[in-house]
Write a protein that binds this ligand. Structure first.
Ligand code: ASP
Ligand code: MG
Length: 598
């Protein structure tokens, strides 16, 4: 006999019939011999309605009172759900966050779970009750009601599954699983049978609305298998687990973030501490920054570009203006008509030519790439908003996401050693070691130094469709393995610079190709660094704890180390610095993250 946590979202409990249908699913699981905890969200759009109501009374409602109000939505659902189970002839008990002993911090409206005491839950389960648990809520140490942030019932469900060591967590929703991309945008999108935590984390943070990304962090940390499935049918949905189904598949999903804005700070003195000056101010205002690219500068100056959600453009510009004055930058430009298109896959880290496929697909559609950033498991490009949808379709198609994937035969040239996660060590018996710690605290699994790479930059390539495609096709044709790629927004004479890292022993070959391309495109110059150091911090919670990159910048600035490149993902932040600075940088970072290191 196992223990199952089921979660029903707002649409799955939107009316009395749906509540009864959900109750039947819970009872069925119990009849199959399981102990069942059912987490429910507020009915339908109730949370939105409550928020609107609050704003009618007070345009800036106090956060504590907001939580008092919003938590009632879930209280309605749990009571009705327990009544439904009772009406069907079975025993159920509804419990609020406080009654379940879900203790959070006191950050009202976006509280983090600290601990869950399972005694009462266990007793009710052992007594044969279906436990109906209110999602999205908890209490702080003052016993004040808190909520976990919009969509937080997923997090309640996975956290309960973790605390109760459940065998599985089933997320019932109005879609039948996780798709290769949003099927409303790309009808050819396909449901995937199995996806890894890391891939799902990336897709969730890129706005694939299926699940709250903190719930995936929980699942990864505590090894909870998640089954996302439809509340309307019985078909198998998508399993979210540690390992992907097809480790050799370079890309498992694509996403578009349509409402991005780009900000560029021009003429920033290229000295340690300037990035810190800028990004610390953005972090203070809790603005989420993505696609950070620093253009290798002219005469000791560089340009820094990054993206923010359109909704945060105004405060971001204010923050940047302040920083620009202090660091002595010459100009700030921005564009709110851009979109980010990304592909995600654990398999891409081990294969040659993956990025090149994306760039070529965009070139064929004559779509100009304004910026590029990559991490071990994600490639993002910034394009004109008008081009976002054609870009997404082209990219989805080029990686065969519309077709059933298959495993590469053994001995395939692209296959390297065994498929290991590029995101730090196996978290193994982590669960035991996490006993007694804040459940949602930042966890750093590793701080690493990679001194095997060299950096190549082509300065001044033309800003037009097809250039990146050509560059990385030639690089891939030469058999060169590219790790990080960044392309900044246009700077010098409207031209752009493209940087990438390669293994040191492949530097001569890479320079050959770069020189040839520079001549072909009549470029400004090709520069390189024989030896760079890539410093990485990996772990769980890097995105929800937004200050990780800032802490890295701060630690490196303290040692007067200049950051040349940065790439971020949900599970890892990488910075590239001068090769000489590697060892010192590593020590600095180890110190800075001492308290979060496992
Ligand atoms: N009812 C909350 C919301 O609408 C929590 C949830 O649905 O997950 O955000
Ligand atoms: Mg939801």
């Amino acid at each position: 006999m196992g223990l199952i946590v089921q979660k029903f979202g707002g649409t799955s409990v939107a009316d009395s019939q749906k509540i009864l249908a959900a109750a039947r699913k819970a009872i069925r699981a119990q009849l199959e011999g399981h102990q069942v905890v059912t987490v429910v969200s507020a009915m339908g759009k109730n949370t939105d309605i409550l928020i609107d109501l609050a704003h009618e009374v007070n345009p800036r409602p106090p956060a504590r009172e907001m939580d008092m109000l919003l938590s009632t939505g879930e209280q309605v659902s749990v009571a009705l759900m327990a009544m439904a189970v009772d009406a069907l002839g079975y025993q159920a008990v509804s419990l609020t966050g406080a009654q379940m002993g879900i203790v959070t911090d006191d950050t009202h409206t976006k509280a983090r779970i600290r601990s869950i005491s399972t005694q009462r839950l266990r007793k009710a389960l052992d007594d044969g009750y279906v436990v109906i648990a209110a999602g999205f809520q908890g209490v702080d140490e003052q016993h004040d009601i808190t909520t976990l942030g919009r969509g937080g019932s997923d997090t309640t469900a996975v956290a309960l599954a973790a605390a109760l060591k459940a065998d599985q967590c089933e997320i019932y929703t109005d879609v039948d699983g996780v798709y290769t991309t949003d099927p409303r945008l790309v009808p050819a999108a396909r449901r995937v049978c199995r996806i890894s935590y890391d891939e799902m984390l990336e897709l969730a943070s890129l706005g694939a609305g299926v699940m709250h990304n903190r719930s995936i962090e929980f699942a990864k940390k505590y090894g909870v298998p998640i089954h996302v499935r439809s509340s309307l049918s019985d078909i198998e949905g998508t399993m979210i687990v540690a390992e992907p189904e097809f480790p050799d598949q370079p890309v498992c999903g694509a996403a578009v973030t349509p409402s991005e804005a780009r900000i560029t700070i021009v003429g920033v003195p290229d000295v340690p501490g300037t990035s810190l000056e800028i990004f610390a101010r953005l972090a203070d205002r809790k603005i989420t920054v993505d696609m950070i690219v620093q253009n290798v500068g002219d005469k000791g100056k560089s340009d820094i570009s990054f993206t923010v959600p359109c909704s945060e453009l105004e405060p971001a510009l204010q923050a940047v203006q302040e920083a620009a004055t202090i660091v002595g930058a010459s100009e700030i430009t921005h564009d709110d008509q851009v979109a980010k298109v990304s592909v995600v896959g654990l398999g891409m880290a081990r294969q040659v030519g993956v990025a090149n496929m994306m760039f070529s697909a965009l070139a064929r559609e004559e779509i100009n790439i304004q910026m590029i950033t990559t991490s071990e498991i994600k490639i993002s490009v910034l394009v004109d908003r008008q081009a976002a949808l054609p870009a997404l379709r082209a990219v989805h198609h080029v990686y065969d996401l519309d077709k059933e994937p298959h495993t590469l035969p053994d001995g395939h040239p692209d296959r390297t050693s065994s498929p290991t996660s590029p995101n730090g060590p196996d978290l193994g018996n982590l669960v035991e070691r996490l006993q007694g710690m804040d459940m949602e605290r930042l966890l750093i699994s590793d701080v690493e130094l990679d001194q095997s790479q060299a950096l190549v930059t082509i300065v001044g390539i033309p800003n037009r469709p097809g250039v990146a495609a050509r560059v990385f096709r030639d690089i891939a044709d030469a058999g060169i393995f590219v790790d990080m790629i960044v392309q900044g927004h246009k700077g010098y004479l409207g031209r752009i610079s493209l940087s990438f890292t390669v293994p040191q022993q492949q530097l001569p070959a890479a320079l050959d190709v770069a020189q040839r391309l520079a001549e072909f495109y009549d470029c400004h110059t090709v520069t390189h660094r024989q030896a760079v150091a890539k410093l990485s911090v990996s772990g769980i919670g890097l995105r929800s704890h937004t200050d990780v990159a800032i802490r890295m910048f701060r630690a490196l600035a303290r040692a007067h180390i200049n950051v040349d490149m940065i790439s971020t993902s949900e599970v890892r932040v990488n910075v590239v610095v001068d090769g000489q600075a590697g060892e010192v940088g590593l020590r600095q970072l180890r110190d800075a993250f001492q308290d979060s290191l496992l």
